[in-house]
Design a protein around this ligand. Structure first.
Ligand code: GAR
Length: 200
């Protein structure tokens, strides 16, 4: 069995889709849902699915050598892959190295456009909206990519696009993009994990 941990900071609608997708999977199981916010709704969703939860403190991310609780937890549960689903803080480089090419992220735009530090959630959709109004963009979409030490810079695995109209508000753009995320993220995770493991 291959074990996944989902990391999420907030609402967890992607996390829910991923939990649903792998619920009865023959070889992939979600074994942990972790959040850097102890009140994040995603932890309640995990409990609904009977999946263990974990709260990541700031120290575990910024001083992982002194606060190794997160990597110890991942090791104890035999986590093979980490899936970021709206995890809005930078992953420590120790973890990126430990899980080299085994951490996935979803970004709500077509990277390399509209990415980088501070570009998350509504900030992305507002920037895309401004570009559509200025006539420099006519579309947006999603990027699923591997995670490295830099925000939104890892190798892309999958992109999907949607056309935008000038009448689309930032929240309408967000809604359209989220629909794509829900549709493609779980299957892309599954495809990538199975592809990796067929290589062995
Ligand atoms: C998603 O749109 C995801 O792409 C975005 O946060 C949202 C989380 O929604 N992530 C980023 O912006 C990362 N840079 P959810 O909590 O409902 O899944």
């Amino acid at each position: 069995m291959i074990h996944i941990a989902i990391f999420a900071s907030g609402g967890g609608s992607n996390a829910r889709r991923i939990l649903e997708h792998f619920q009865n999977h023959p070889s992939i199981r979600v074994a942990l849902v972790a959040s850097n916010r102890k009140a994040a709704f995603v932890l309640e969703i995990a409990a609904e699915y009977g999946v263990e939860t974990f709260v990541i403190s700031k120290n575990m991310l910024t001083q992982p050598a002194e606060h190794p609780d997160l990597s110890e937890k991942l090791t104890k549960l035999g986590i093979d892959y980490i899936v970021l689903a709206g995890f809005l803080v930078l992953m420590p480089k120790e973890l990126v190295h430990l899980y080299n090419e085994r951490i996935f992220n979803i970004h709500p735009a077509l990277l390399p456009k509209f990415g980088g530090q501070g570009m998350y959630g509504k900030h992305v959709h507002e920037a895309v909206y401004a570009a559509v109004q200025a006539g420099t963009e006519t579309e947006s979409g999603i990027t699923i990519h591997l995670v490295n030490e830099f925000y939104d810079k890892g190798a892309p695995l999958f992109q999907a696009k949607i056309a935008l109209q000038r009448t689309d508000s930032p929240s309408e753009i967000a809604r359209k993009v989220l629909t794509l995320e829900h549709h493609y993220y779980p299957q892309t995770i599954e495809n990538q994990i199975l592809k990796d493991n067929l290589k062995i």
